[in-house]
Structures are given as structure tokens and as C-alpha cells.
Ligand binder design. Structure first.
Ligand SMILES: Nc1ncnc2c1ncn2[C@@H]1O[C@H](COP(=O)(O)OP(=O)(O)OP(=O)(O)O)[C@@H](O)[C@H]1O
Length: 289
């Protein structure tokens, strides 16, 4: 897969506090990347740097496209404005310099695809969170972006709306839109992402291609006993050891994102994620349960 954009040694300080540290990664053409990490680990900051909304303190971003890259951003929050989606999308399209005839056709097509045709002339201050999130994504794909950047696209939505949005994002993936998104939901990791990148205190601790057979050791700390974690949530874990009050979880890479989410959602902190040879532990002992 060819790289579309490459970030090299990106760091960002806010008020002399390092929020991102030496982040190097690339995004391939047509790839979908999920960025995970605890609250405050720097995910949104990284997305905003990729979109050009803020500048890194150091490091470089290279585009490999031979034209100017069209990057669209879907922010986490979408305000409840009094416009109808039709009015809003028309004005967003005009701001983007899109032709009126193209825009009318495209809005009609998107309304059908997103199931909002009946609501197109209703005021958005009466919309549910799921409906608002659909309009939020529609504004970003009015003109086909090269890269779609989404900050927590399923956050605050009920299970049915999450499934609905997942289906739409899968449809965009089928249309070969390259995506990078932040998330706390395992359905996006399991059913959308090609690759999971995990940030811990502003550093990349895991850069993992989904479905590739390899193994990692996650070294982590918990503020409470590990028995409070459900082993089902740590699915794919092969061995868990306790070493000097910290834990080492041996897990197949395919399941490591789920294990990392479980640890982070349990207020744990990840010290390191290192690649491992399966043979390194398969013959040996303990599993704490
Ligand atoms: N403009 C800013 N000025 C100062 N500090 C900032 C600014 N933007 C972000 N930060 C700080 O940078 C850190 C990382 O924030 P960021 O929003 O990138 O984290 P995050 O991983 O997206 O968190 P969450 O999952 O809660 O959205 C936080 O401590 C935040 O307070």
C-alpha cells in the first residue's frame, strides 16, 4: 500500500508541556486507521495537526500526492443550530467553492444515503445526536476528500445510532476514502479499522495492522487489582504475569487493541508495548485470573 501522508518526528507543546512526543507514522492510500489512547493522550491534537488546524512545535508532514491534498475534518461536537440540514449543507458547500448544480445533486444523494431525506427541511436544533452526527459527516464529504479525519465519530450515541454510523463509515471505506479517526469503541476497531495506533502520554506505543499474526507484550499498571478486569475483555490474552506490582500481558496482536482499550478504560496506564516471539511464552507458566 502506498503512503498518502507521512508524519515524521512530530512533537507539540502547549504552555511548555509536551502533549505529543516524536510521533512518526504514515497513512496509506485507502487505509482506515483508528487512533486510541486514554483521555488527554494527545489524539485530538494529532488529528488537528494532520488537518493543518494547528502547527506542530517540531517535526514534518509530507504528502505524497501530486496535487494539493483535500482533507476534511469531522469535529467531535456539532452545535445544535437552527438551520435545516439542506440550508446548512448548501452554505457549507458554497464556502468550499462547490458549484450550485453539483451541490444540489450531491446533497440529494447524501440525504438518501444517510437516511435523512424526510428530515432535510427540519430545523437541526430538534435533531437527535445521531442525526446531527450524520450531518457533521455529510458536510465533510460534500466534495470527495482524499483524507477524512474524524474525532470520536460514535461518541455519545446509543447502540442503534452507533451501528447506523458504522454502516455509513463502512460504505465510505468501500468508496476508497482514506480515514483516520479517534475512538473508544471496540466496534470501530473490530469492524472498520485496518490499523490501530495507540498513543500513551503523547507517544505512539502500538502501531498494529489488524489481522496480521504477531504477538506483543503489554506492560501496564493498574490502580486496583487485576482481578477487576474481565478476562473476556482481554480476549486473545495468552498469559498474564505480575511483576513488582505491574502486569505483563502476552497477547496476539490482533487482540491487543481490545486489551489496551480495556486497560485504559479501567484507569490503567500502559508502560510499554513490545513485539514478542510466540515461543517466548507459550511453553511457560502463569495466567492470573
Ligand atoms: N489549545 C490547547 N491549549 C493548551 N492545552 C491543550 C490544548 N489542546 C489540548 N491541550 C491539552 O493537551 C492534552 C491532550 O489533549 P487532546 O485533546 O489531544 O487529548 P485526547 O487524547 O484527544 O483526549 P480525549 O480522549 O479526552 O479527547 C490535554 O492535556 C489537553 O488539556
Amino acid at each position: 500500500m502506498e503512503d498518502m501522508i507521512r508524519l515524521e518526528h512530530i512533537s507539540k507543546d502547549f504552555d511548555q508541556r509536551a502533549v505529543l512526543q516524536d510521533v512518526t507514522l504514515s497513512i496509506g492510500q485507502n487505509e482506515t486507521i483508528a487512533l486510541i489512547g486514554a483521555n488527554g493522550s494527545g489524539k485530538s491534537t494529532l488529528l488537528r495537526i494532520i488537518c493543518g488546524l494547528i502547527r506542530p512545535s517540531s517535526g514534518k508532514i509530507h504528502s505524497t500526492l501530486d496535487k494539493e491534498m483535500r482533507i476534511s475534518y469531522v469535529p467531535e461536537r456539532f452545535p445544535k443550530i437552527r438551520l435545516t440540514p439542506q440550508e446548512y449543507l448548501l452554505s457549507m458547500g458554497r464556502i468550499q467553492g462547490l458549484n450550485k448544480d453539483f451541490l444540489n445533486r450531491r446533497i440529494k444523494e447524501l440525504m438518501e444515503q444517510f437516511g435523512l431525506t424526510e428530515a432535510r427541511n427540519k430545523r437541526m436544533n430538534l435533531f437527535s445526536k445521531g442525526m446531527l452526527q450524520k450531518v457533521n459527516i455529510m458536510q465533510a464529504v460534500l466534495a470527495q476528500p482524499d483524507l477524512l479525519v474524524l474525532d470520536e465519530p460514535l461518541s455519545g450515541l446509543d447502540a442503534a445510532s452507533q451501528q447506523d454510523l458504522l454502516r455509513l463509515l463502512q460504505e465510505m471505506k468501500r468508496q476508497n476514502i482514506t480515514m483516520i479517526l479517534t475512538c473508544h469503541e471496540s466496534i470501530l476497531l473490530n469492524e472498520l479499522a485496518d490499523r490501530v495506533i495507540s498513543l500513551q502520554q503523547g507517544r505512539v506505543v502500538l502501531n498494529n495492522i489488524q489481522g496480521q499474526k504477531s504477538y506483543v507484550i503489554i506492560h501496564f499498571k493498574l490502580p486496583h487489582d487485576v482481578s477487576t478486569l474481565s478476562m473476556e475483555q482481554l480476549g486473545g490474552a495468552e498469559k498474564l504475569e505480575k511483576v513488582d506490582g505491574t502486569y505483563r500481558l502476552h497477547v496476539e496482536s490482533e487482540f491487543s487493541d481490545k486489551a489496551l482499550l480495556t486497560i485504559l478504560n479501567s484507569s490503567g496506564s500502559v508502560c510499554s508495548v513490545t513485539p514478542a516471539e510466540h515461543k517466548q511464552w507459550i511453553a511457560s507458566d502463569s495466567f492470573i485470573s
